[in-house]
Design a protein. Structure first.
Length: 419
């Protein structure tokens, strides 16, 4: 056996390859291919087209010209401008993070493109109406989900604005001052920039001490012996407004911010017209009709003041659980849709805590002021409506295997031990 070393073999038994310095791993982001840029561009165009159509509807449809929608217009216009300016980088980053064949088949922007192409061929190429596109389950989910967001997002915006204004007005009255009127605001903004800034700075210096509570105010709040006779009603109403402000702003987030980054993409949407009907009749403008046929009104106080106060406290407790149920959804909150099965919060005890608490709260609100048996009848009617909402939701969500597992763990729909 020759004593010479084999060529390319070292004492340690490694080849020449082992002696070569390894090329450091390249952590730089990969360059986006032309095909990827085309995906980004067409997704951006697709979403922009849909938002533009919505902008036209919101801007010029008579229903959305009603005074209550004034807070919605600047909100949507701001969101629209933000998308126009930042939509391309957002789509690019999202595709790089979540892109793939699965995303291509489930992306709403792609569904809009397919739908738009089918309509184009129908209008200009003499093709048949694209019925086959609508038969795709993902397409139906995308279009119906868009309808849910387009309807509920403006409502949540104006509800949130209304509760915020009520909170602000109540606080100003409490502090012995009032908000500026629109004419006063207009007068404050007249003149050159420095004049306007000085004017607002003087106003803030004069107003801030009036509206910012002192430490003594905080101490007095927790010292019930310092409360005036009407203070408990003031703070009860203030808490009520604050509860629903939180509820609406959380719901608004769920409707307006559907994104893969938040993991709140829609899995399915209520497929039946009846399910949509019983849900929509609880919201404007449809509750104008349902409220006409199922009117709830207050009469004279028939309970003692103490009993009425107990009912109010129970109402606030029920609404607190109701808002807790909304918060339990996180960013997945949305009516008529399945964005994932929620098992935390009050949903760990019953499957429909929001509906159960809302209906109980209504009884506590109207019971001390009954207008005869008619009020009882209409309360029961609204209980039935919300019962139908729960039933249609059960029917829809039970298509999800995760919900069927959840139903086995949480057996009671609305009242533990009873139903």
């Amino acid at each position: 056996m020759s004593g010479k070393k084999k060529r390319g073999v070292v004492a340690g038994g490694q080849g020449d390859e082992a002696r070569k310095p390894m090329k450091p791993e390249d952590h730089r982001p990969k360059k986006i291919k032309r095909a990827d840029w085309e995906k980004v561009f067409w997704r951006y165009v697709s979403v922009t087209a849909v938002m533009s159509i919505m902008y036209v509807i919101y801007r010029w449809h008579p229903y959305y010209q009603r005074p209550q929608f004034r807070p919605w217009h600047p909100f949507f216009e701001t969101a629209y401008m933000v998308w126009l300016a930042g939509g391309i980088p957002y789509v690019m980053i999202t595709l790089r993070k979540f892109g793939g064949r699965k995303m291509d088949f489930t992306d709403g922007a792609v569904m809009y493109l397919l739908w738009g192409r089918g309509i184009y061929y129908w209008l200009f190429e003499g093709c048949r109406w694209p019925r086959h596109i609508w038969s795709n389950r993902r397409m139906r989910v995308t279009v119906l989900s868009l309808g849910v967001k387009a309807f509920f997002t403006p409502l949540m915006t104006i509800f949130m604005s209304e509760h915020a204004n009520n909170i602000w007005s109540m606080w100003l009255r409490r502090r012995g001052t009032t908000a500026l009127t629109p004419d006063q605001v207009k007068d404050m903004n007249v003149g050159d920039l420095m004049t306007v800034v000085d004017r607002w700075w003087v106003y803030i210096q004069e107003t801030a001490p009036k509206i910012i509570p002192s430490m003594q105010n905080v101490v007095d709040f927790f010292n019930l012996s310092t409360w005036a006779p009407g203070d408990k009603y003031y703070w009860a109403d203030f808490y009520y407004q604050l509860l629903f402000f939180v509820d609406c702003i959380w719901a608004l987030t769920g409707y307006a911010a559907e994104s893969r980054w938040l993991n709140n993409k829609t899995r399915s949407v209520e497929p039946t017209g009846f399910g949509w009907m019983v849900a929509l009749m609880c919201y404007p403008p449809f509750n104008d009709i349902s409220g006409t046929y199922f009117p709830l009104g207050r009469g004279q106080l028939i309970f003692s003041e103490d009993m009425a106060w107990i009912c109010r406290l129970l109402m606030l407790a029920a609404f607190t659980i109701y808002v807790w149920a909304t918060l339990a959804f996180g960013p997945t909150f949305s009516n008529l849709t399945n964005r994932g099965i929620i098992t935390r919060g009050p949903y760990a005890f019953i499957r429909h805590p929001a509906y159960a608490c809302k209906n109980f709260a209504w009884w506590m609100e109207y019971l001390p002021y009954l207008q005869g048996w008619s009020t009882v009848f209409w309360l029961i009617a609204w209980n039935i409506i919300y019962g139908l909402r729960a039933w249609t939701e059960e029917r829809h969500l039970s298509r999800d295997p995760d919900y069927r597992v959840y139903k086995k763990k949480v057996k009671w729909a609305a009242l533990p031990g009873v139903f």
